[in-house]
Write a protein that binds this ligand. Structure first.
Ligand code: SF4
Length: 386
């Protein structure tokens, strides 16, 4: 069962607040070890940035973060670098050093279009690979090479080749949460923003009623329920979203009468059925900002609520805390070191890069549409598991 914890905003030791995990005082120590101090100049320069995160970072803790933030932003300008920050980054990264912020699809589009020479991926390894695939001439850095993903680790390019042998002529759609090697074996990529639309497109193009959708079993089931297309799926799971259950939702509704429950489509179908609304992180954010519910809970990674709260100050967020340990490997000090020392560079063999780009580009070339919501309240639909 997922751990449902209604966290206070300034959770302390022993909580699963990501800042408690990294340690504010660890950040202070990290800044001092790099010769960075909280001077009056740094205080003045970072004051507007603090306004964006004051709902999650107490004023007393800001001097721990501000020197690193100031130094990172100066280095970005000096080196013509941009930081792509995923929605699951902690707020001091997302709101204070991120140049482009969003879900995988939004970040992939920015990677393809930026004029910067250097991209620092504040996200996990498959996201940095996607940036490198789309912008092979740029230097792509990831602050921590260990920032992986349970979904991406669940499948290899060799697995996809075997699946294609077993289902000849069936189009292969892969979620962007995969390695470049897997993407290279695919016909087209998708994200949780466009998965249903891409699967429908593949069925139309291949004139078939069967589509292979890899590697997230739950996303595949949720897309099957959405589209009515026969989905052939893999048994990958997101270790964050698979932990939410329908019982968690019942408990939340009991503890917080009237709360609106929003779920990410990597959650099990039973969770989607019990939620009020479901969609990608971009769709969840749009829902909160547009509808301004009185009280809301986002069944997704822990930091998302902190980041969306900046755009919806009047909404009361109930905060279940399922941390992604891979996303949380990305820290301000890691970003600082990556830019200062130009490490850790992501590289991809050219033959993989070229084929992976075809699959991603096909997705990017589809008509741009608003992130599509997933239906809720429906009974689960079976898929064919490989
Ligand atoms: S939240 Fe899930 S899908 Fe995203 S990086 Fe973490 S493990 Fe992978």
């Amino acid at each position: 069962m997922a751990r449902i914890i209604d966290l206070p905003l300034t959770a302390g030791e022993g909580s699963c607040d990501p800042r408690a995990v990294h340690g504010t005082w660890g950040a202070l120590d990290a800044a001092q070890r790099r010769g960075l101090a909280y001077t009056p100049e740094v205080a003045a320069e970072t004051a507007p940035l603090y306004e964006r995160v004051k709902h999650v970072i107490p004023a007393v803790e800001w001097p721990a973060y501000a020197p690193l933030i100031s130094a990172i932003n100066k280095m970005k300008r000096a080196k013509n670098a941009v930081i792509l920050a995923h929605n699951y980054m902690t707020s001091e990264i997302f709101h204070c050093v991120g140049d482009f912020r969003g879900d995988s699809l939004q970040l992939a589009r920015e990677a393809a279009e930026t004029d910067a020479e250097i991209i620092v991926q504040a996200g996990v390894h498959f996201m940095a690979e996607t940036s490198k695939v789309l912008a092979p001439e740029k230097k792509v850095l990831i602050p921590d090479m260990r920032a992986g993903c349970s979904l991406a680790a669940s499948i290899t390019g060799a697995d996809v080749r075997l699946i294609k042998q077993r289902y000849p002529g069936v189009p292969v759609v892969t979620y962007v949460n995969t390695s470049a090697d897997v993407k290279a074996e695919s016909d087209i990529c998708c994200t949780s923003s466009n998965a249903a639309a891409v699967v429908e497109w593949a069925a139309r193009e291949w004139k078939t009623d069967r589509v292979i959708l890899l590697p997230d079993e739950y996303l595949a089931k949720n897309v099957a329920a959405q589209t009515g297309i026969h989905i052939i799926a893999w048994h990958g799971r997101c270790e964050v979203h698979e932990r939410f259950t329908a019982e968690d939702i019942a408990e939340l509704r009991e503890a917080h009468p009237g709360v609106i429950v929003l779920a990410h489509p990597e959650c099990p179908p039973e969770v989607m059925a019990a939620a009020d609304f479901a969609g990608s992180t971009a769709a969840l954010q749009d829902y909160v900002v547009e509808k301004q519910p009185r009280k809301v809970v986002l069944l997704t990674e822990c930091s998302m609520s902190d980041n969306v709260a900046q755009y919806a100050p009047n909404v009361d967020f109930v905060r279940p805390c399922n941390l992604c340990p891979h996303m949380k490997r990305i820290t301000l000090e890691g970003i600082y070191d990556a830019l200062a020392e130009m490490k850790h560079e992501v590289t991809i063999p050219e033959n993989v890069q070229v084929r992976a780009k075809l699959a991603i580009q096909r997705m990017l070339d589809l008509p741009k549409e608003k992130p599509r919501a997933f239906a809720t309240g429906r009974p689960p639909v079976a898929v064919e598991l490989v």
